[in-house]
Design a protein around this ligand. Sequence first.
Ligand SMILES: C[S@@+](CC[C@H](N)C(=O)[O-])C[C@H]1O[C@@H](n2cnc3c(N)ncnc32)[C@H](O)[C@@H]1O
Length: 198
Amino acid sequence: MQRPSVVAALRAAGCVFAEDEAELILSTARTPEEVSAMVERRAGGLPLEHVLGWAEFRGLRIAVDPGVFVPRRRTEFLVAQAAALAGREAVVVDLCCGSGALGAALAAHLDRVELHAADIDPAAVRCARRNVARANGVVYEGDLYAPLPAALRGRVDVLLANVPYVPTGEVGLLPAEARVHEARVALDGGSDGLDVLR
Ligand SMILES: C[S@@+](CC[C@H](N)C(=O)[O-])C[C@H]1O[C@@H](n2cnc3c(N)ncnc32)[C@H](O)[C@@H]1O
């Protein structure tokens, strides 16, 4: 598929930023067949980041596997706040890490980091392991703090956590990209949306 056909197919599927998305698909796909397959998946409603297999986050290319929460650009704010607090070296925990984007981005900002991340979803854990590898980060699977090693107690400088925050009754109102293609456990924050945060 040539660029104009990619743009036309994406636009027909309702992609508002068809030109930008076409650019990303054309620069990510390795073969013409892959371009067609990506356009088809995107036109079918898959989030762009799941189609590409990556998302940009604080200038990093973060791998995002199917079903794993797509790191939102607005969460870069949280990492900026953490970076301002962290000094040049830190022991960092990224709790409810999803793809591991937050920990990976904070690690990239620091001179020295000991990075630990955890998530309850095995797919997220697998994905995060790839994304924190550059920082020699370790990713654990389990509920909140439970899987973290006891040796971390009292040594954590920065705790990052972007947890599920959508009230259960409002999950059905989310756009299909989130509602259908991101794991329910990544979205549902309980009756008032604050269960996990509490
Ligand atoms: C909103 S997503 C955020 C992911 C990542 N922090 C980010 O901002 O891209 C929430 C994540 O929390 C994880 N999660 C939900 N409940 C959890 C729990 N009880 N313990 C650990 N992780 C949990 C989900 O699997 C999901 O990856």
